[in-house]
Design a protein around this ligand. Structure first.
Ligand code: C2E
Ligand code: MG
Ligand code: MG
Length: 408
């Protein structure tokens, strides 16, 4: 088994190497405590561990072991007064062919690991022969990504955010797309992690910010009702040392009033080092920029841990909204988030609204805003401009449609 900590570098970069080292020691201890005598846990390098299981009664037993290893790492680590959360990814290869040597076995486990990372981390994968060609594909993707900016293969789409009280569009989220010359559309879920690992995210992210600010300024100059445009910041962007200067200079260059810029960071990045986040957020909020916590509910935190931050919006992760249909408990969770958020003076945005019952529920608990395919998919600039010019109140039009249906 090839085990790698997810986003360990972030901890090292933010909290320092001493804490990073302590974390590795504690991880090593948990791993050793979880395997049996006779199994081998070895540090391979950096945040990578190799676990050798010489005897396994049934090959299927590997699943239970992998689950157990993921779970023990997923528990809170307490180091020097910091509560740290990390997840891990595991690639697994069997010594099922006498021709295999150690090197190939490790390479296979590593390829399987690559697959877990690609599928969003925090999981495990067994190596399959069909995977062999996948890693080279990722390497090609990385190579192409380096040239994508200069080849103008990126496009920013905009997804409207709807104010549920009056149905107006109160913002747009900028979402990046990559049109690969051979592979077609590559989704951000696939290329953002590569951009993040390679550091390319800094130049790509700056480009997105420039585009979004420029576009918003153009909309305002065309006399359209002013809206706020939200731009996502990746973990590495958030930690970049000249973040504040970079944002300030983009605002100055484009002439956009900071109040019409909103920045989104995910909950897990925000809570990684709350003091750091607070420091950055205060500077941004003093500039007049608005701030949101993205994917809220997925990051092991609570609203009380976030309440020291100057936040404007809390975006409830789309997985909650999508579970609404099947899981009663989820409606209580969303209701609680909305109520608590209100007490703390935050606006709540529900992400991923796809159906009318979901919308009705959100309105019934007085959630302020929503985003989702039910209203609009992410759309290209021309369509967004058109929409802002002719914006019909989407809630009204839904009501009109309903009335027409009832009459018919
Ligand atoms: P996010 O910031 O949470 O963005 C919301 C994602 O949900 C978008 O996926 C959007 O297309 C999708 N979505 C919106 N409404 C619905 C719905 O009703 N149903 C479903 N199933 N999905 C919906 P997208 O565009 O693929 O982006 C995925 C993630 O990639 C984003 O999640 C964000 O974390 C990241 N990302 C996208 N653009 C950028 C960027 O410019 N910079 C950075 N750093 N990250 C970006
Ligand atoms: Mg977002
Ligand atoms: Mg989100």
């Amino acid at each position: 088994m090839f085990l790698d900590l997810d986003r360990f570098k972030l901890i090292n970069d933010t909290l320092g190497h001493t804490i990073g080292d302590c974390l590795l020691q504690q991880v090593a201890r948990r791993l050793s405590d979880t395997v049996r005598d006779g199994d081998v846990v070895a540090r391979w390098g950096g945040d990578e561990f190799i676990i050798l299981i010489p005897h396994l009664s049934h090959p299927q037993d590997i699943h239970a072991l992998a689950e157990r290893l993921l779970t023990v790492i997923d528990q809170v680590f307490e180091i020097d007064g910091n509560e740290l959360f990390v997840t891990s990814s595991i690639g697994i290869a069997f010594f099922d062919d006498p021709d295999l040597n150690a090197e190939t076995l490790i390479k296979r486990a590593d390829i399987a690991l690559y697959h877990v990372k690609e599928q969003g981390r925090n999981g495990y994968q067994l190596f399959e022969l069909a995977m062999d060609n996948r890693a080279p594909e990722l390497l090609t993707l990385e190579k192409d990504l380096r040239q994508a900016l200069s080849r103008q293969e990126f496009q920013v789409l905009y997804q409207p955010r709807i104010n549920l009280l009056d149905g107006s569009i109160d913002g747009m989220e900028a979402l990046l797309r990559w049109h690969h010359p051979a592979m077609g559309m590559v989704s951000p879920g696939k290329f953002i992690p590569i951009a993040e690992d390679t550091g390319l995210i800094l130049s790509i992210g700056k480009w997105v910010l420039q585009q979004a600010c420029l576009q918003n300024k153009q909309w305002q100059e065309a006399g359209l009702p002013p809206i706020r445009v939200a731009v996502n910041l990746s973990p590495k962007q958030f930690r970049q040392s000249d973040l504040i200067q970079m944002i300030q200079s983009v605002l100055t260059e484009t002439g956009l009033d900071p109040t019409y810029l909103e920045l989104e960071i995910t909950e897990s990045v925000a809570i990684q080092d709350i003091q750091f986040t607070q420091n950055i957020f205060i500077q941004l909020s003093d500039m007049g920029v608005h701030l949101s916590i993205d994917d809220f509910g997925t990051g092991h935190s609570s609203l009380s841990r976030l309440q020291t931050l100057p936040i404007n919006y809390l975006k409830i992760d789309k997985s909650f909204v999508q579970d609404l249909d099947s899981n009663q408990k989820v409606s209580h969770i969303i209701k609680t988030i909305v109520a608590l958020g209100k007490n703390l003076g935050l606006k709540i945005v529900a992400e991923g609204v796809e159906t009318e019952p979901q919308l009705d529920f959100l309105k019934s608990i007085e959630c302020e805003s929503a985003q989702g395919f039910f209203f609009y998919h992410p759309i290209a600039v021309d369509e967004a401009t058109h929409l802002l010019q002719n914006h019909r109140n989407p809630l009204e039009s839904i009501m009109v449609d309903q009335n027409l249906q009832e009459m018919a």
